[in-house]
Design a protein around this ligand. Structure first.
Ligand code: DLZ
Length: 204
């Protein structure tokens, strides 16, 4: 019998013109890279331009809430600056710590078509793997609450891409790298970001 788990039937959403940020932790990089790729691929499949996907990294998942908050604020500052002084490069305010993953999307050399509008949604991606101490529980709890708080206070969709795992194998499975059926949860997060961004525009 097919599994009843999962996001259910998805409508087709058109992400053309949306501007999306992906903020990811670097801990457990193999899994992170696959999840970020999955998110980028699904965003692009809906029509989001690669020029309008900005990727930033932070050391670990604990840093995700403050990074999401700062990146969203910076995009508002950037939008205000570009409306008063003309266009500026999409990465100017956000270029402090790009990683190789960022080459998949926005780079300083291909921003010609890039929007300077504030982000329509942000995907926060981290991979927490339980160790021998209580560290995992504290970080998982803090990050979950922190991301919820940021999205409610800033009124911007923040997609919860935090995997809280008991084993590495669980992470590989959820990143489409395992031996079982290959499903990459990053793809779901990209689709969720587009759906939420469009619905927010409709509700505002
Ligand atoms: C310290 C730590 C540990 C033990 N495990 C993880 C993990 O599995 N996943 C993750 O994203 N980050 C981990 N970190 C790092 C913390 O999130 C954080 O970066 C540091 O405590 C510095 O604030």
């Amino acid at each position: 019998m097919a599994s009843i788990k999962g996001p259910g039937e998805r409508e087709t959403y058109d992400g053309t013109g949306l501007r999306i940020a992906i903020v990811h932790a670097r801990w457990n990089t193999t899994i992170i890279e696959a999840l970020v790729s999955g998110a980028v691929n699904s965003l692009v499949s809906t029509g989001v331009s690669k020029d309008n996907i900005v990727i930033q990294s932070v050391p670990g998942s604990y840093e995700l809430p403050v990074a999401v908050q700062n990146i969203y604020r910076a995009s508002h500052v950037q939008a205000a600056a570009s409306s008063s002084t003309g266009d500026i490069a999409a990465t100017d305010l956000l270029s402090s710590s790009t990683t190789d993953l960022s080459q998949q999307a926005t780079t300083s050399s291909n921003t010609a078509a890039a929007s300077t509008a504030p982000f329509d949604a942000i995907i926060a991606i981290g991979v927490l793997i339980k160790g021998e101490t209580m560290h995992f529980e504290y970080i998982a709890d803090a990050v979950s609450h922190g991301l919820m708080r940021v999205q409610l206070e800033a009124n911007v969709p923040v997609v919860f891409g935090l995997l809280t795992l008991l084993t590495e194998e669980q992470g590989l499975e959820r990143a489409g790298l395992g031996s079982g059926k290959k499903h990459n949860h990053g793809e779901d997060w990209g689709h969720a970001a587009v759906e939420l961004a469009l619905k927010k525009k409709g509700w505002s």
